[in-house]
Design a protein around this ligand. Structure first.
Ligand SMILES: Cc1cc2nc3c(=O)[nH]c(=O)nc-3n(C[C@H](O)[C@H](O)[C@H](O)COP(=O)(O)OP(=O)(O)OC[C@H]3O[C@@H](n4cnc5c(N)ncnc54)[C@H](O)[C@@H]3O)c2cc1C
Length: 463
């Protein structure tokens, strides 16, 4: 039986990054994958959606060429080519992981892995042949899939999840998106930009409900302006798929409404892949659909760890990777600090983009802080004006007493590439005045961070 120092189940951004770090640390490492290397993120999540959104952005520029003094006969699209480009990008990324595995001398074992007692993993391949492997340490990184609600059972055709949504043969004329988290609104934006009539139904009072309320409100205004119909405080009660069109009964504050569309996209969250992988046999604790782990991702069973979407914390690729790196560094005996879940950035890549880290204004108030808040609109930014993208703002939240940077919330073009400044600033316990004294380049969107901080301290220049 082949023996390893570390075997990892699942090759998403949790699994494959962990494998590389483990190999760097000198561990003999293997990774088990039942599908494509790179997991959801590279194949069905972060990357292919961003490829679709890039097509939407370019299409939008083409449609608005006149605004930039340019002319074009007619902006048009080929939906199947847009989808193909996204699939090709995903395929290329997965091949990249294959290369990284080889480069780092990591064995890739194809098949479905299951934990066995005695620190073994049984892998069943697509010919139903099962082989056992042994390891001193096993890390579960089996990720998650689209969550199904009982009244919104996905049939893959008329009621679909994210996988189908990024790989449709034909563009639907109309679509109901249930759920307005990042995944829901990214697809809503993509399909709306492509010309599909989109309605977003959100159960909570605000779209992108985890964001700062001001950001949610601005986002709702922007997507409505772009033509997306938004129904908040509303829930889809049932969907009738018997006819040519789907009919969704939606409960709103004003009563019941029936919406008709070609297709319903269910974007109501995720369900972890923790079934049939041997957790029960080994008596590994789970709670609320997650594997229970300590600060360094050890389960209640010696030598078995879990990271990524299968454990507590935000289900994000960068979180999965950071957890995996910490996990193997701890196994190596390194003196590592536990992950600060209060300083994880979250991004939504619709138009406008949203990026945030730390507390919202409401959370900071509830935590009892006395606040200094600054806001700078992109309408006052030279770079945003020049780009024709002046929707949105940067909002910063500081503790008035000690100057701690409690939160940063951005909405606008390119903000997902700007949030790292706040993450780093907060990690280094930077005060507002230190941000102000760090000269930002002109003209850039990032100046808006400096100006928002200046606004918090009544020193703003451009408003
Ligand atoms: C549409 C969409 C867009 C997203 N966009 C973003 C984004 O922009 N930014 C971001 O940070 N996050 C994004 N996410 C979330 C991100 O994809 C996940 O948080 C991330 O992929 C989790 O990584 P993971 O390694 O835990 O699991 P996964 O990426 O889910 O990988 C798990 C892997 O394990 C394999 N596996 C499962 N069970 C077994 C088994 N028993 N044996 C062998 N292999 C197994 C699976 O086939 C899969 O390849 C998005 C998700 C979706 C669905």
């Amino acid at each position: 039986m082949s023996k390893y120092d570390i075997i990892i189940l699942g090759s998403g951004p949790g699994g494959y990054v962990t494998a590389i770090r483990a190999s760097q640390l000198g561990f003999k490492t293997a990774i088990v994958e039942k599908e494509n290397l790179g997991g959801v993120c590279l194949n069905w999540g972060c990357i292919p959606t961003k490829a679709l959104l890039k097509s939407a952005e370019v299409f939008d520029y083409l449609k608005h060429a006149e605004d930039y003094g340019l002319s074009l006969e007619k902006a048009d699209k080929d939906f199947s080519k847009v989808i193909k480009r996204s699939r090709d990008v995903a395929g290329g990324m997965s091949k990249g992981v294959q290369f990284l595995m080889k480069k780092n001398k990591i064995d890739v074992i194809e098949g479905f892995g299951k934990l066995k007692s005695g620190k073994k993993v049984a892998v069943t391949d697509n010919k139903d042949k099962t082989t056992e492997y042994q390891a001193d340490n096993i890390i579960v990184a089996t990720g998650a899939r689209s969550r199904e609600l009982p009244n919104l059972k996905q049939d893959g055709k008329k009621i679909i999840g994210y996988r189908e949504a990024m790989n449709l043969d034909k563009q639907p004329k109309s679509m109901i998106v249930v759920g307005s988290g990042a995944i829901g609104v990214e697809f809503a934006h993509f399909y709306n930009a492509m010309g599909t009539e989109v309605t977003v139904v959100e159960y909570l009072p605000n779209v992108v409900p985890l964001e700062d309320e001001e950001v949610s409100k601005q986002f709702e205004r922007s997507i409505k302006k772009a033509g997306i119909k938004v129904m908040t405080n509303s829930s889809v009660e049932s969907v009738d798929t018997s006819g040519k069109k789907v009919k969704a009964k939606v409960k709103t504050k004003k009563g019941e409404e029936t919406l008709e569309a070609d297709i319903v996209l269910s974007a109501v969250g995720i369900k972890t892949n923790i079934e049939n992988i041997g957790l029960e046999d080994l008596k590994i604790k789970t709670e609320k659909d997650k594997i229970v782990v300590d600060d360094y991702y050890k389960t209640n069973v010696d030598g078995i760890y879990a990271i990524g979407d299968v454990v507590h914390g935000p289900a994000l690729a960068h979180v999965a990777s950071a957890e995996g790196i910490l996990c193997v560094e701890k196994i190596k005996g390194m003196d590592v600090e536990a992950l600060d879940y209060g300083n994880i950035p979250g991004c939504t890549y619709a138009t406008p983009e949203i990026a945030s880290v730390g507390m919202t204004e409401k959370q900071a108030k509830e935590a009892g802080y006395d606040l200094k808040i600054g806001k700078f609109p992109f309408s006052a930014s030279g770079k945003a004006k020049a780009a024709g993208k002046s929707d949105g703002f940067v909002k910063v939240i500081f503790d008035a007493k000690y100057g701690e940077w409690l939160g940063c919330h951005m909405i606008g073009a390119g903000v997902t590439d700007m949030i790292a400044e706040a993450v780093l600033g907060r990690k280094l316990e930077t005060t507002g005045h230190e941000v102000l004294k760090a000269v930002h380049p002109h003209p850039t969107m990032s100046e808006a961070v400096m100006e928002a901080v200046a606004a918090a301290y009544d020193e703003v220049i451009h408003i």
